[in-house]
Design a protein around this ligand. Structure first.
Ligand code: ZN
Length: 505
């Protein structure tokens, strides 16, 4: 075990509820923070301690990208803003032929490097593997271990076909074109019970203190049958694992809930409660189309919501009820979501939009402020990862996940207010050094765990195959677009009694 002294920096830790930085040295012993003391006060035998000079650096807890999918990172830059239902088939792994283990390794590494470069030390990856098997899971785990980043891995599952979850698809898509929704054919011999794979993977890789951790990941309540949700709940209880799911990204999903879950008050939240999943282990991504009553239910049940402001805008979903969620006391974390639907794994974008987008529905002065955004990206994210008390703060006993930002960057000159400049001025440019579990994974902007030029070459090589497969998928799905658009038009005509777009329902 090595000890490292992060010396001479300004420590900004919003978990204390105060966003003023402290001039402090941070002593790391092995994987944990041993002491945080006023500058120059760390004493003892320093001969065996590595010193990391943090002069003119801002030291913050590593960020949590609390909602992410590594499976489509190769699709960044492929789409303009597009309604969710028109985009999703182009990004779904099952639309594509099964990917090679090497491609899975490369895309996982690439996403991890992008995250580290943006100060993200914990990635909460709801990855869809097609087919879901141990080889592919092992490839993802190995890549994250190679990258040296912390991950909570949720192997995403669903068993209800999209024709039954998207309003008007059954009416608008001609019967002879419906097989375009089915995805790539798969040899039945390759199909395994997804829950067996999830449990085996967990048992094979789980160990206390490991950087790779696990979550249970129903894709969304409406895309999972009650028996599947029951089995997932049992797994989450058996191993005390967090549960990650999408909810109410689009108006179409809210309308589907009103129609298909009428016996549960037309509410996916009531349905989740009925399935025994509405508790503090649950984190719901998006929540754009939650109504006021559902916001209160989530607060009462201590469910977390992971906001993804950039992907919601890219998929034309409107804006989540940020201020009502905040005022109800819901634990709010932040995510960057799909590579194809945000195009950037960047918590600075997410933090800034979290603060600014509250204006869409509420002109009053007030939260969320920069300190709230920092808490969302750190300590609140730790709660969604099942790591509350372990991560998200710079304090003795916490795991040593730290980010050093260069205060000489124009974003911080002059230094008027560290938290506000981190959230409103910084874009990721000043992230210089990243420590995960006491280990330096990026130093002076150099990734230490892998060779980035080699990764870039290998990705470019893999793209030759991937690009032609992606073009074939898009040619196929483009035939469905007029019908999907017509279904969307019919959905927009419904009045749900509230709206998430300015000036319209
Ligand atoms: Zn997502």
């Amino acid at each position: 075990m090595t000890a490292t002294l992060v010396k001479g920096g300004l420590v900004l830790d919003a978990s204390r509820g105060d966003d003023a930085p402290l001039a402090a040295d941070v002593l790391i012993d092995g994987t944990r923070i041993a002491a945080v003391l006023p500058r120059g006060e760390v004493r003892g035998d320093m001969a065996a301690v590595d010193v990391l000079d943090a002069t003119d650096k801002l030291v913050v807890p590593g960020f949590f990208n609390a909602h992410y999918h590594s499976h489509d990172i190769f699709l960044k830059g492929c789409f303009e803003p597009t309604p969710l239902e028109l985009w999703v088939l182009d990004a779904l792994p099952r639309s594509y032929p099964p990917r090679s283990l090497e491609e899975i390794r490369l895309r996982t590494l690439l996403g991890a490097v992008e995250c580290v470069r943006a100060g993200i030390t914990t990635i909460q990856d709801m990855v869809t593997l097609f087919p879901l098997d141990r080889e592919r899971v092992d490839a993802v785990v190995a890549a994250y271990e190679e990258a040296g980043v912390r991950v909570v891995l949720g192997l995403q599952v669903a068993d209800v076909p999209p024709l039954d979850t998207t309003p008007y698809w059954r009416e608008t898509i001609p019967p002879d074109m419906r097989d375009l929704l089915n995805g790539h054919p798969l040899d039945p011999a390759l199909r395994r019970d997804p829950l067996d794979v999830i449990e085996e993977s967990y048992l094979a890789h789980h160990a206390p203190g490991k950087r790779v951790r696990w979550a249970i990941a129903p894709s969304s309540p409406e895309r999972c049958s009650p028996p599947l949700l029951e089995r997932l709940r049992t797994l989450s209880e058996r191993y005390a694992l967090p549960v990650y799911s999408h909810v109410y990204i689009s108006k179409s999903e809210a309308l589907n809930a009103r129609q298909r879950f009428a016996t549960r008050g037309g509410s996916l939240i009531e349905f989740l409660d009925h399935c025994g999943l509405l508790n503090e282990r649950l984190s719901l991504a998006h929540g754009v189309w939650l109504d006021d009553r559902e916001v209160r239910r989530l607060a009462d049940a201590k469910v977390s919501v992971v906001l993804n402001p950039i992907s919601n805008l890219k998929a034309k979903n409107g804006v989540a009820p940020i201020r009502p969620l905040y005022e109800a006391g819901v634990n709010l974390a932040l995510g960057c979501d799909n590579g194809s639907c945000t195009d950037a794994q960047n918590m600075f974008q997410a933090m800034k939009m979290y603060c600014l987008l509250a204006a869409v529905s509420d002109p009053r002065p007030g939260p969320p402020a920069a300190g709230d955004a920092l808490r969302a990206a750190t300590v609140n994210g730790a709660r969604t990862a099942g790591l509350a008390g372990e991560l998200g703060a710079v304090a003795p006993g916490m795991r040593a996940d730290l980010v050093l930002l260069d205060l000489a960057d124009p974003a911080f000159v002059p230094l008027n207010h560290a938290a506000r400049q981190l959230v409103y001025s910084e874009c990721g440019r000043a992230v210089e050094t990243v420590i995960v579990d006491g280990r330096v994974v990026m130093e002076k902007r150099q990734i230490k765990t892998i060779r980035e030029p080699r990764l870039r070459d290998a990705v470019n090589e893999a793209m030759e195959r991937f690009r032609s497969d992606a073009e074939a998928v898009m040619a196929k799905t483009s035939r469905l677009r007029p019908f999907l658009l017509e279904a969307d038009r019919r959905t927009w005509a419904h009045d749900l009694g509230f709206g998430r777009y300015i000036g319209r329902q």
